[in-house]
Design a protein around this ligand. Structure first.
Ligand SMILES: O=C(O)CCC(=O)C(=O)O
Length: 194
């Protein structure tokens, strides 16, 4: 007998209406997006996308060996944070925004399981722009599933999904449209203060 496990997640299609998506997209033109250079297996690489971290004071984030200072919340991004709290009781004190200029930009396999993330907390992922595949695989069994995330979709990744599953956004070489993804996270405040 083959049994399949399901990751603890909830997919909400069209969570944001077109005007909410447009407001975020327009705001994002002013985001201080950067392409940090990270070290992977001892070699330095620029990440294949751009990103920025917004968060409350004391919520800095250590990402692939890089300390990222929390930037203040922009207006519409902050509104989305409160909407997630109201609609899903999703508490967050930081959001990682990833911008994929086209289908050549991507994200490799990983889990969002950094030590500063509050144990037991959920992660909310909101997408606007181009539709992209979102692949999920079990850390031990290797079992895989694929979702397509469309503009306005919300994917709630419930605890303990990150403990057992990895995810990635694979390349799509023929795609020329940009995409933004917001992952709202709850960090232990002042984790990196010493
Ligand atoms: O762009 C996405 O949908 C995924 C983003 C992601 O994996 C992350 O922020 O850790």
């Amino acid at each position: 007998m083959i049994t399949y496990q399901q990751p603890p997640m909830l997919l909400v299609r069209a969570y944001l209406d077109p005007s909410q998506q447009q407001a975020l997209w327009a705001e994002a033109r002013q985001y201080p997006l950067q392409k940090p250079v990270v070290e992977v297996f001892g070699k330095s690489h620029p990440i294949p996308r751009t990103q920025v971290w917004f968060g409350d004071p004391g919520c800095d984030y250590l990402y692939s060996g890089l300390m990222v200072k929390a930037q203040p919340w922009p207006k519409y991004c902050g509104r989305l944070r409160h909407k997630l709290l109201r609609d899903f009781q999703l508490r967050s004190n930081g959001v990682l925004v990833n911008h994929y200029a086209n289908g050549r930009e991507c994200m490799g396999w990983h889990s969002d399981n950094e030590p500063e993330l509050q144990p037991g907390s959920d992660i909310a992922s909101v997408t606007i722009g181009a539709a992209r595949d979102f692949d999920i695989r079990h850390r031990h069994s290797g079992e895989k599933l694929r979702l397509v995330l469309y503009s306005g979709d919300l994917l709630l990744m419930r605890w303990p999904m990150q403990q057992h599953w990895q995810h990635s956004v694979p390349k799509r070489l023929t795609l020329d449209q940009p995409r933004l993804n917001f992952t709202f996270r709850q960090l232990v405040p002042d984790f990196h203060c010493y």
